[in-house]
Design a protein around this ligand. Structure first.
Ligand code: KG4
Ligand code: ZN
Length: 445
């Protein structure tokens, strides 16, 4: 049985290269994330080839930084965990190849983790970290965390079934997560038929001349608009039932079949994106959006900025000198606010309000139908302020418990991968040396 239960997690499924060291799935010793936002921002979305190249550049320094921050060496580790899918094939392969090489060289077990399971474990990790139980009380009760598969701080509540909403740039999936012999099993309850919710945030932000990724821009600008100004109705985001049983058409929908899912728990976000586009055309908001994009990012007046080198901050200055870029901070959401008309702010607030409302309606309906008392919300969109406030208020009204990861663990990171790997280390659920990328890997049954 592992001495310290130290797992090095590696995540490279999309546009973040991340590494973390987590002890027994319940104590984060380090979590390092090198974001590629600056690389992809100018294209308004992730460019797969660039993502692979950036992962290649970042993986070694990011892993080194994670080990150094945790104050451990490779020799202290008990296992290496890596995201095996879903995600971009080339991006996944960088993390997998590096993890395999490290595991082979150090003679350590290799653990493959599904990225979606990782997001669910981000919440569980936070719960364990925020409700620690003294090691001494464990010793007194003679209960071994290794033996039971439970971390020192798992409360009985943390061991109850939960409805998990994974809501990110690639997914909007509802799972019933059940603890089983120290591990977890997952049953798919609902998912999007087309775009993921985060994808809708990103596309609407792009349409309105805002930054990438769009979620944080919309989140912050929505505070200044009237969420009831544009009446987007749920009928605009109702699932296309004629597609039930058909093969999913988009990247977000590809990871799970829908044939047996209850239509009440299916999402669709491409309709509201089109409704926003129509509103922009009808109300002549496109010139404003274009001049905003020019002013912030593309036009001659846009401030050039030097992207920070996340792995080597000291290099940023040197790199910017090479490129003759002035060292000024990138445009902010406050800059964008000054360039938004009240009508645009109302549109942004109404869009966000409708998306959050739809996520709530279906999630709470599923919780009621499954009679679960506990909801976990995770993935990049779980960082959204309105979403957190409204889910928390509605859960309190229904006497349910709702949990979110910290903001740092909401978006992609490797601590969640290392945490999800802990039960697998205990049950010796190891990957074979021939592990490869599974871009469309599904979770659950
Ligand atoms: O989990 P994540 O980092 O990567 C994926 O697995 O996709 O999620 C990224 C997504 C992006 O679509 C981004 O726009 C969205 O999460 N996002 C947000 C917020 N922060 C990030 N969406 C709404 N509000 C936010 N505050
Ligand atoms: Zn993710």
């Amino acid at each position: 049985m592992p001495a310290r239960g130290l797992i090095l997690g590696i995540e490279s499924s999309c546009d973040e290269t991340a590494a973390a060291v987590v002890e027994r799935g319940s104590r984060t010793l380090s979590s390092v994330v090198a974001s590629q936002i600056a690389t992809h921002a100018r294209y308004g979305g992730v460019v797969p080839e660039l993502a692979s190249r950036e992962h290649l550049r970042a993986i070694v320094p990011v892993v080194r930084a994670a080990l150094a921050q945790a104050n451990v060496t490779l020799a202290d580790l008990d296992a290496i965990a890596v995201t095996s899918g879903p995600g971009l094939a080339g991006a996944l392969l960088v993390g997998i190849t590096y993890a395999k090489a490290l595991a082979f060289a150090q003679n350590l077990p290799l653990i493959a983790v599904n990225h979606l399971e990782g997001h669910i474990h981000a919440v569980l990790l936070n719960e364990r970290e925020s409700a620690p139980v003294a090691e001494s009380s464990l010793r007194a009760s003679n209960e071994s965390p290794q033996g039971t598969g439970r971390s020192p701080s798992d409360s009985p509540d943390a061991q109850s079934p939960a409805l998990a909403l994974v809501v990110s740039g690639g997914h909007t999936h509802l799972y019933l997560a059940r603890p089983a012999n120290g591990s977890w099993t997952y049953t798919l309850i609902g998912r999007t038929l087309d775009d993921a919710a985060g994808e809708a945030f990103d596309k609407v932000a792009k349409l309105l001349g805002l930054g990438y990724p769009g979620g944080p821009w919309i989140d912050s600008l929505a505070l200044h608009g009237n969420p009831h100004a544009v009446p987007f109705s749920f009928s605009q985001i109702k699932p296309k039932l004629h597609l039930a049983g058909q093969p999913p058409r988009t990247k977000a929908a590809r990871t799970a079949p829908i044939a047996n899912l209850d239509p009440r728990f299916l999402f669709s976000f491409s309709g509201i994106k089109t409704a926003v586009l129509r509103y922009v055309q009808l109300h002549n908001l496109r010139p404003e959006a274009e001049s905003r994009r020019d002013a912030l990012f593309t036009g001659p007046a846009a401030r050039l900025f030097a992207p920070k080198n996340a792995c080597h901050p000291e290099r940023s200055a040197a790199e910017s000198k090479d490129l003759r870029l002035p060292l000024v901070p990138p445009p902010t959401q406050a800059d964008a606010l000054a360039l938004c008309s009240p009508q645009t702010l109302d549109l942004i607030a109404s869009f966000q309000h409708a998306v959050v409302g739809d996520l709530m309606k279906k999630t709470f309906a599923a919780a009621e139908s499954l009679a679960v008392r506990r909801i976990l919300i995770t993935g990049g969109v779980a960082a959204n302020r309105e979403l957190r406030l409204r889910f928390t208020a509605e859960a309190a009204r229904r006497n349910l418990r709702v949990s979110f990861p910290t903001l740092a663990l909401s978006t992609d990171n490797a601590a969640m991968i290392a945490a999800a790997a802990w039960p697998k280390l205990q049950s010796h659920d190891f990957a074979s040396p021939s592990l490869s990328a599974s871009p469309s890997l599904a979770l659950g049954i």
